[in-house]
Design a protein around this ligand. Structure first.
Ligand code: SF4
Length: 428
């Protein structure tokens, strides 16, 4: 009997499995591309997938855990080294489920210690991941796609368009390569690299299930953060599916009009619905929610923005949020001291804008707006104002600017010419 190719298993109970057409496709009409569930390496397979595989070739069930542990607990690089398995089985596995651990083709180190790893898979594109040293140990910023279809005007990756979504094993592989590069463990993972994770849910879900699996690397879900520009139905469906990961909303604007201009896909999703879905996610999971806010000089750094951001983080959505008189009156009256919260405050993370090279389409959409980072004092003032109103807020220091690794810069220092031309042909 011919051995079956190993199938994807997202690690959820059958009844709970995400059905792309339901949880991903129909829910958001703007959603694209179609979920990509290719398997190119054994690293992207959960114990359930291994179990099916071994059952079909008449091997005992314990082989599933054996295979999974070999890969994710012991870091097996070649099936030949799996000495607990017979040679014929090792040969079969090498053929049907090869282990492809990506190795970086280049590693750039910043003056501040940030490291950008560049991976070049076989299709001539470049995947970028960033290792950020922090006082709590290294954090890894992982990519979920090559390029990004969202096209934020302030983001270098958005200038590329989408080349393709990453497979689960490519996402997992970035993590192992980073640990190998550092020769130490990484306990914090943020999906804030290239791409929009919510447009690649099946692969992101599988990759995170693998990394948090108790029989494998066993990362804590509490140390994983998934960033998104906000797909309300998808966020709500993930809460129902048992996600426990923290979420970071790329809010960036309190004005709906400005948000539509700078984050083109946000036209399809009202901030009200996004906030309601985050409330639901938080209520079900108790995971942290962060509001990410990139500071653009003279565009989204007004005193009204600071007040509106503080309001949103503590009390959630209000249809009057765009009205400066309402927000200002609310804080002036002191009502904010007594108005109860329905939940713990969302965190606010302020991010200084990092320079990018906008393409022609972005330049025309900007309609004369110049993208600049506000002066240091202005950012401090904005930060202090938010804090004054009781919000939990941090002002991020740019990390890895000199190597194109800071927030919004990925896709710049990889192989820009090659990536741009690949993106162009992917769009035509
Ligand atoms: S900021 Fe995030 S969602 Fe927006 S284009 Fe960049 S990678 Fe995509």
């Amino acid at each position: 009997m011919a051995a079956p190719a190993v199938q994807v298993d997202c690690g959820l109970k059958p009844k709970e499995k995400i059905r792309p057409a339901e949880a991903v496709g129909n829910a958001d009409k703007s959603a694209e591309p179609a979920p990509d569930a290719r398997i190119s390496s054994a690293l992207g397979i959960l114990p359930g997938g291994w179990q099916t595989f071994f059952e079909e070739i008449g091997e005992p069930r314990y082989r599933a855990v054996q295979a999974f542990e070999s890969l994710h607990k012991h870091g097996l690089a070649h099936w030949n080294d799996a000495l607990t398995m017979p040679e014929s089985l090792r040969r079969l596995l090498s053929e049907k489920a090869p282990i492809k651990r990506m190795a970086p083709s280049n590693a750039l180190t910043s003056d501040d210690g940030t490291v950008k790893l560049l991976f070049e898979p076989e299709d001539d594109a470049v995947i970028e991941s960033v290792i950020i040293p922090t006082k709590y140990g290294p954090a890894l910023c992982v990519s979920s796609q090559i390029g990004c279809p969202v096209g934020c005007l302030f983001c270098q990756t958005g200038q590329m368009g989408l080349l393709r979504s990453l497979t689960a094993d490519e996402i997992v592989s970035q993590f192992y390569a980073a640990e190998k590069h550092l020769s130490s463990k990484i306990e914090t993972v943020i999906l804030m690299g290239m791409g929009e994770p919510m447009l690649n849910v099946p692969n992101v879900d599988t990759a995170l299930n693998i990394l948090t699996h108790k029989k494998g690397r066993a990362l804590s879900a509490k140390r994983i953060t998934v960033s998104t520009v906000g797909y309300p139905k998808r966020i709500a469906s993930l809460a129902k599916l048992g996600w426990k990961y923290n979420l970071a909303l790329s809010l960036h604007f309190t004005s709906i009009e400005l948000r539509k201009k700078y984050i083109p896909v946000s036209v399809a999703h009202h901030l009200r619905d996004i906030f309601y879905s985050l409330e639901e996610y938080h209520a079900r999971t108790k995971a942290d929610i962060t509001l990410e806010y990139i500071l653009l000089d003279g565009i989204n750094d007004t005193p009204h923005d600071a007040r509106a951001l503080a309001y949103l983080s503590r009390w959630g959505w209000d249809d009057r949020i765009g009205d400066p008189a309402f927000v200002s009156q609310f804080f002036k009256s002191g009502r904010y001291r007594s108005k109860p919260f329905s939940r713990e405050s969302f965190k606010v993370n302020l991010i200084p804008f990092n320079p990018i090279s906008p393409n022609a389409k972005t330049i025309s959409r900007l309609a004369g707006d110049r993208l600049l980072c506000p002066a240091e004092e202005k950012m401090e003032e904005f930060f202090m104002q938010i804090r004054k109103y009781g919000a939990r807020v941090t002002l991020r220091r740019p990390r890895g600017r000199d190597i194109g690794a800071a927030c919004g810069m990925l896709g710049k220092a990889g192989k820009p010419e090659r990536q741009r031309s690949a993106a162009k042909s992917a769009q035509t």
